[in-house]
Design a protein around this ligand. Structure first.
Ligand SMILES: [Mn+2]
Length: 288
């Protein structure tokens, strides 16, 4: 069956929408296997799988004004130009008080998004990888450097990376030296993601949270369609718990690294459901 090429239920126009979805079809720096540039399209297609009403949240997406802007034209740009374009676009959204919801694309796009925000925010990154390299393959905009770039904008003390289980020795030592707050996937499994979030909060100065989800934070059993899969990961329910915890304090959100050529659909489906759930939770949190 053929479905429209926008995110399901994103029926509002730009002007009236509180949330704006946009895609960044980019994967130029993918290091292991590429295809994430097809992520936005696959997530949009998958979004048509779901009912508009979610009995868990009590929210019907039909009652929420949100818009799908489509994709930014960046596929063939250098990483640096792509990051600039993403930053510029996100700034435009923030200027008119829209909540940005970005579909990746590889993780490097998030550094552009974060640079568009004022420095006074906290960022929670769910990721299998610590992504704290100064440079990778001679490029500081590589996806393996994204948390380093984010930390340069908001300060390392306002960033928490949850779910990691992979780091190169040098970047791990750098992260420790700079006191990057992280909780590994094993600890999350033992003590729960709520504890990890509570511990992150004790470091954070600002109670406005941006959430970036690298889909590879999930175990490859749940999300095989990603560029650099890493076993022993989180479950989709952990992400739900994380969104529940943050809900109305979320000021923006992205989901990246869905790689359709390695997916039988389950990864894109999970990503689409997470986007829908996040919209519902942010919106209903604001109604109180
Ligand atoms: Mn990752």
């Amino acid at each position: 069956m053929k479905f429209p090429n926008y995110f399901a239920d994103a029926e509002s126009n730009y002007k009236d929408s509180e949330f704006v979805i946009f895609g960044v079809p980019y994967d130029k720096t993918s290091s292991f296997r590429s295809g994430a540039k097809e992520g936005p399209k696959a997530i949009r297609q998958a979004s048509w799988n779901f009912e508009t009403f979610n009995f868990k949240t009590g929210v019907d997406l039909k009652n929420i004004n949100f818009h799908d802007y489509g994709d930014l034209n960046v596929t063939d740009n250098s990483p640096k130009v792509m990051v600039e374009k993403v930053k510029y676009f996100t700034k435009k959204l923030l200027l008119v008080n829209k909540i940005p919801l970005c579909l990746g694309g590889e993780h490097s796009i998030t550094s552009g998004i974060i640079q568009a925000y004022p420095k006074e925010i906290s960022v929670i990154c769910l990721d299998a990888h610590i992504d704290f390299r100064e440079k990778y393959e001679d490029n500081k905009y590589n996806h393996a450097c994204v948390n380093r770039r984010i930390s340069e904008h908001i300060g390392v003390e306002n960033l928490a990376v949850l779910g990691i289980r992979s780091a190169e020795k040098k970047e791990f030592e750098d992260a420790k030296k700079q006191n990057l707050f992280y909780v590994d996937s094993n600890e999350i499994k033992q003590n729960g993601i709520k504890n990890a979030l509570k511990n992150s909060f004790s470091n954070f100065k600002y109670k406005k949270f941006y959430l970036t989800i690298d889909i590879d934070v999930l175990d490859p059993a749940y999300a095989p369609g990603t560029g650099t899969p890493e076993p022993f990961g989180l479950t989709p329910s952990d992400i739900v718990e994380c969104i529940d915890f943050l809900s109305s304090n979320l000021i923006g959100f992205d989901i990246v690294e869905v790689c359709p050529p390695f997916d039988k659909g389950e990864t894109a489906i999970t990503a689409a459901k997470i986007v829908r759930y996040a919209i519902e939770k942010i919106w209903s949190g604001k109604q109180r």
